[in-house]
Design a protein around this ligand. Structure first.
Ligand SMILES: [Zn+2]
Length: 322
């Protein structure tokens, strides 16, 4: 029997999104489960229960080629989730093997930014590109780099942790990893909240954000205020764009990509933010690179790009066979 579908799973910090993908790259059925469980067995059972329903709706397991799953700390080579401090079951967890045993399907693991890069290359804005760098700007900041049409994994898989590159800002902002002035401390959703709070404290400028208790301020509040023209909210994005543009002007020397592709909810923010990135990028760029690399914004929702990318892994790799 021809196997028609593949399963892609985006293991987010709070929500795990599951999708059934057909051979044309259409996500034809979706579900989601809570990522927070005390024990890994409870988490796997939850995924299994939701997946079983989706699989049945597509005619049963004989129609499924395999499963791809992504985690921010997923190791493509070993199938293990490493580190993962956001989960109580963190440690070196062989999640691909555990899920393969449960589902009786081949399962391949990777990290989210690499999966999103694969999804963009096959179905999204990077179609036809062989050299590009995807920067995912969300609750975390990660990078998926493609050179000569291949994902760059690095010798130990963790080449995509670009959220923890030092941006040499003099604010000394502490990152979740414990170091200071990582990119993620500025350019994640939380980073923008921190910037807005600093601006609210350091200036007397009127802002609709002052109507919101500081401990309740969200990224979405700042985004909406910036769209409405709130100067302080716009300044939070300008400051963030300035930092990111400068970093991209350095990263270009890494692999001379055809494009930087920005994805995630922070990237899809607003024109003002993108303009700030482009200005800073241009101002800091080495002359030899001028006009040779585009900055593009993904038009696929980040989780969907990851589901598409992981579904490709499910079709092409069988690192962990049931
Ligand atoms: Zn860090």
């Amino acid at each position: 029997m021809t196997k028609t579908y593949a399963i892609g799973i985006d293991m987010g910090n709070s929500i795990t999104s599951i999708g059934i993908v057909d051979t044309q790259g259409n996500i034809i059925n979706k579900s989601s489960v809570n990522s927070s469980h005390q024990h890994i067995s409870e988490y796997i059972d939850s995924i299994y229960n939701h997946l079983s329903i989706l699989i049945e709706q597509q005619g049963g397991i004989d129609n499924i080629k395999g499963v791809g799953i992504s985690s921010p700390d997923g190791n493509y080579f070993t199938g293990c989730v490493e580190f993962a401090p956001e989960h109580s079951w963190s440690g070196n967890t062989p999640i691909a093997q555990i899920l393969a045993d449960k589902l009786q399907l081949p399962v391949t693991l990777t990290n989210g930014a690499n999966a999103a890069a694969m999804g963009e290359m096959e179905y999204g804005i990077a179609q036809g590109m062989k050299d590009f760098i995807l920067i995912s700007l969300d609750d975390e900041v990660c990078r998926g780099a493609v050179a000569n049409g291949e994902i760059i994994y690095g010798h130990n898989i963790f080449s995509g942790k670009s959220g923890h590159i030092n941006v040499h800002n003099d604010r000394g902002r502490v990152c979740k990893c414990g170091r200071k002035d990582c990119l993620e401390a500025y350019c994640s959703a939380d980073g923008i909240i921190t910037t807005a709070l600093e601006l609210l404290t350091s200036s007397k400028e009127t802002s609709t954000l002052r109507n919101i208790p500081q401990n309740e301020l969200t990224f979405e509040n700042i985004y909406e205020a910036s769209i409405q023209g709130d100067s302080l909210a716009k300044e939070a994005f300008r400051f963030t764009g300035d930092i990111l543009g400068q970093l991209l002007s350095d990263l270009i020397a890494y692999s001379s990509p055809k494009a930087f592709i920005l994805s995630g909810k922070v990237a899809k923010s607003n024109e003002h933010f993108i303009q700030a990135i482009e200005k800073s990028f241009k101002d800091n760029l080495l002359q030899i690179y001028a006009g040779k690399t585009k900055i593009l914004t993904s038009d696929i929702e980040n989780s969907e790009a990851i589901i598409l990318g992981t579904s490709l892994l499910a079709c092409n790799s069988k690192l962990v066979d049931a």
